[in-house]
Design a protein around this ligand. Structure first.
Ligand SMILES: [Fe+2]
Length: 266
């Protein structure tokens, strides 16, 4: 038996969130059993609102992960306390609203989904992602069958080192680890020696025009002219970038991992 899991790269902008249903169900993406979407850039490029979270869940996401921009729209603070489907990074302080991991049941299998932030080039200083993740997995071990992890991080080396570490701890049953945050899809989709599916970065789901989903002129004002710039989400066709992992539930190993993409609108 196996289960298919789609991990979807960071949603950039409200329109990408609205387009998600069409992207997932337009025929380019295979039908899967479970969908995890990173939504931290959905609200005009920074943060996530309750209504955009509902849009993403209604489109088919089972869990929304996030990252360093999760609190940029402060209204998410109260909403996140009332749901087990939207995650903030697990290595935020314990007093933070919301949860850093959740356990969902699909076809009788218990899937733990965890979201963690890398520490390289990230503010503010955070608890170690290795320590926090291992502590949670060991504590919850009897309550899940396999785990999926979104490591939201800037550093490619940090993401791969994190994946190799948890791949080496087979007793923790981590079936797949994917990176998010850079918005650039990497071509290293693979299965690590212990059976953990991995990719350094999923890419993004947003307008391909512009720079990482933001209008080019806004970025040039900032980078070329060295002037403050108000960032707005770029126009153009929405492209979804993600990876489908085919997971053997009983062994908690990925058997196959493939990149997928879909586009919508103009
Ligand atoms: Fe981010």
């Amino acid at each position: 038996m196996s289960m298919t899991v789609l991990a979807v790269g960071d949603i950039v902008g409200d329109r990408a969130a609205s387009d998600l249903h069409a992207l997932l169900h337009g025929g380019a993406i295979p039908h899967v059993d479970f969908i995890v979407v990173n939504g931290e850039n959905a609200a005009a490029g920074r943060g996530l609102t309750p209504s955009l979270a509902r849009t993403i869940l209604d489109a088919g996401a089972d869990v929304i992960t996030s990252g360093n921009h999760i609190w940029d729209k402060i209204e998410i603070k109260d909403y996140i306390d009332g749901t087990d489907s939207v995650l903030r990074p697990a290595n935020y302080p314990d007093a933070s609203p919301g949860i850093g991991y959740t356990i969902k049941k699909v076809a009788g299998w218990r899937i733990l989904v965890l979201n963690v932030l890398g520490v390289g080039f990230m503010d503010p200083p955070l608890a170690c992602p290795f320590v926090i993740t291992e502590r949670i997995l060991r504590r919850e071990l009897q309550y899940y069958d396999f785990a999926l992890i979104d490591i939201h991080a800037e550093s490619t080396g940090e993401k791969l080192a994190f994946a190799r570490y948890f791949d080496s701890l087979r007793e923790l049953r981590v079936a797949a680890i994917w990176g998010t945050h850079t918005h650039i899809p990497t071509s290293d989709v693979r299965i690590l020696p212990g059976g953990t599916g991995f990719v350094t970065d999923l890419g993004m789901t947003g307008p391909q025009d512009g720079v990482l989903g933001i209008k080019t002129e806004n970025i040039l004002t900032f980078l070329r002219d060295k002037m403050p710039s108000r960032f707005s989400v770029s126009d153009g066709e929405t492209v979804l970038e993600g990876v489908v992992f085919t997971i053997d539930e009983a062994t908690a190993q990925t058997k196959k991992a493939v990149r997928v993409t879909a586009s919508f609108g103009a």
